[in-house]
Design a protein around this ligand. Sequence first.
Ligand code: AHR
Length: 619
Amino acid sequence: GKLTIHTTQQGAELGDLFGIFFEDLNHAADGGLYAELVRNRSFEFDPIDHRDFHALTAWEKVERGGGRAELSIEDSQPMNVRNKHYAVVAIHEAGDGVGIMNMGFNTGIPVRAGENYRFSFYARRDESLNEPVRIAIESKTGIVHGEAVVVVDSAEWKRYEAEMTADETNFSSRLTIVTGGTGKLYVDMVSLFPVLTYQGRTNGLREDIATLLAELKPKFMRFPGGCLVHDGSLNPDDRNSMYRWKNTIGPVEQRPSRRNNWSYNQTLGLGYYEYFLFCEDIGAKPIPILPGGYDPHHKRIVPIDELGPWIDDALDLIEFANGDPSTEWGSIRAELGHPEPFGLEYIGIGNEEVGEPFFERYTYFHRAIKAKYPAMKIINSSGPFAAGGEYERGWQSARENGSDLVDEHYYQSPEWFLANFDRYDGFKADEPKVFLGEYASWGNTYYNALAEASFMIGLERNAHAVGLACYAPMLCNVDYVNWKPDLIWFNNHEVFGTANYYVQKLFMHHQGDRLLRIEASGFEEPLSVETKPINGAIELGTDASSVLYSNVKIVNNDTGEERTFADWTAELSDTEEARQEGKAKRFERLCETAWSNYTLHMSAKRTGGPRGFVVAFGQ
Ligand code: AHR
């Protein structure tokens, strides 16, 4: 058979097609990408977050060498009104170290020999207590891996900082804060970060997880959710509030921690400024999603005449991201350390909304944003796929308002993805574009990854209609699973990408700029070849037995030369090894295998079921 790529006959641009979606579910932020090692650092955990939570969750009292103390939570003299609770250690009998201990996430606080850790806390003391405070990273049995001494010298709240170097690797450590003497020690906002964060930022991100995300080379990142955007009350000062971005910037101790609708507490330490910075660091365009004044889960609705502050949130966010430092919100960004704009191009209103109250309110957002920022691309919302009619309502609203994109979500079987390879074939170029803001087949097997790859080819070759697409959810802590499958799994010290991750990576690394016309001829049974004009992919059809789909993805072959399929077809067989080996590492190695003039990026097979291969090759 022969495959001809016409590099001069170009179709739609692929633009920002493939990106990532971040939502803080599965402890994706706290206990995940956000590098903070202390769990419940500001004693704000509450039963409203999760029925088992309380202000001392993840904390224990320490009484050593005959010491005796009471540990309690107070809120009468808080360090600020948004962070009300603090711990009080009332030491009655001095011993050999009395105080508190944090257990961290997962199995504990992970430290590595030779690495530095930055401790900080807010503290005050009463007059009688004047012994120094000893900070330590310890094993479960009390072996000290690193320590520091802090002199708390005031009866007023004050911030103290210390650095420790771990002398051993231990992924189940504890952080202890103890003192001698008698009297009261007041403690709040206890923090421990590895000095080594992604790009070395303070209040930064976990190096390993952030690196895995950066290695995808996503064109964009959608954040901060998901359902956590719109699930909540209408009052921004309420800890059960919807996700209001203004609560997430500035000093971390001023950010109110919040009930995350995935049944845990969200510190908001990873907030909008950090999201923008991370997008910039990894070269992804930021796509923030704002609540549209409507909580579809609890039917909380902002009255139209009170929508002003919600619309201001959208306008102020655009100014925060793009405004000159002379503007109100641009100056706040500059004060935070980023005078240059973040270059925001897209903004989403609503997530997976169903119901008229949303669509009624969307129009107000849309008009206000376009009036002030005509070039801003606005993403409208549509309900989850199961509610077919609701999808239609989202598209109707998008057409009426002139939305730039419509956010579609679906989680389906791999067979659904294979069968719906052509879902967007009939979509028109002059309509709002598709933002496939969440999708995944149900599983993390090779087969799932392959089905998604097949579907992604359908997205690519319909780039005239599909503007953006991102797999979801992205991150999952193995000990705090709200949802699966997920693209990337981690614990407190390891992270790995699934087969689905490597498919995403392949498509992101080989997206290309434009679709090209491809011709195929001379292929023999059992492979029948269906050519699609003006596209970047060929679908190699089916035979009656086991081959359901085989997809060849061709990207960026713009040398102008004619390439022949015969050159490499002999070697493009499914490998037994790929079928047998169930581990992502093996998959990664396959991705690197060089073949002939091209690079084979993925190969997978399932005996007796659908099989296929996905190949991307460049120059
Ligand atoms: O991705 C997980 C959840 O699925 C998202 O929060 C929500 O938008 C969808 O229902």
